[in-house]
Design a protein around this ligand. Sequence first.
Ligand code: HSE
Length: 431
Amino acid sequence: MSDSLKLALLGCGTVGGAVLRLLSEQSDDLAARIGRRVEVAGVAVRRPDRHPEVPAELLTTDAEGLVTRPDVDLVVEVIGGIEPARTLILAAIGAGKSVVSANKTLLAEDGVALHAAAAEAGVDLYYEAAVAGAIPLLRPLRESLAGDQLRRVVGIVNGTTNYILSRMAETGAGFGEALAEATEAGYAEADPTADVDGFDAAAKAAILASLAFHSPVTAGDVHREGISAVSATDVARAAEIGCTVKLLAICERVTGADGADDAVAVRVHPAMIPTTHPLAAVGGAFNAVFVEAEAAGELMFYGQGAGGQPTASAVLGDLVAVARNRLAGAAGPGTTGYAGLTVRPMADTPTRYHVSLDVADLPGVLATVAQEFAAHGVSIATVRQDGHGDAATLVIVTHRAPDSALAATVTRLREMSAVRGVTSVLRVEGL
Ligand code: HSE
């Protein structure tokens, strides 16, 4: 084998450390698979004194100097966040290096510009680890399914919230109690905002939608609701109708009434899904993504969505791919934003709601409630009444209607004198 390929590593936290370890442990196998050895040329970190495990001669604080070094071929970015990651990746691309990144935040904000820079430089930009950790998902979307038409991509792409919702379903706990348990168990970070408020899932949804529908979608385009308002009552109501509550990232192609104005709808919110749906079985901190394609039909991708080793597996898979491309003098698939579909606002996106109401069991109450749905053009799919007298509960599941019509219906129900309380409102998916 001739000269080795030289790798610059940006960041050496949990994922970067695991990348270095696997590179060392599997160096012979990787060399055989790539056709050339990969040698670490340097590791850029902010505090070299915090990395005694890395040979001192490899450590540097000069990240830009490292990624533009003439002998460096490949750059792995596992710093995360927008800056300095963006500047460093652009510098690396500008200097002709192929880049592997695990940075969902950056790709979801600036993927188009980064892809354009990579295309212009004729180098690779791969980021399998940015969505759903170890699960091979982005390259299947970019490559294996490139001959198909995707209709929907629905995923559980945040392990922290899936752990919390799973514990709520298993124990009957409320959100606060389950979050405390997740923090104690090391699944939730000290500041859980990015996970529980859906920011992490929204960035991943934007990346998935961009690839699935060949259209630029940014995190800001994604309708986002987190799980902090999901109550023990919501989870119990879900169980009563044969459902479970999951935080879903839903990317779908939607068609206008006249069939002409195709668009994409991208949203992250908690939803009830039937316990028979493949995603309902995804428990704990696991991730899974369900894909519906015209020709392939339904596909499911499942595995570990976080953690040093699983994420490093995805990074190394990309590293092998970009190294092979480099040796072949080629670049892999770039951006495919050719379809240019617009993002439909959430208000116009068709959804289904489950609504539970406490009502008085008197003549005409059901008719009054049903009239409110009708007035907003919302068709009811099922109604169930539990109890009677003062303690009656109505459980209503609608057909699909524009989300704004469903939300307006619920607003009106809260104001009705016949309704003592709206005890649970959640969207329903997959029925
Ligand atoms: N914090 C994420 C999760 C993993 O809980 O799944 C990194 O995106």
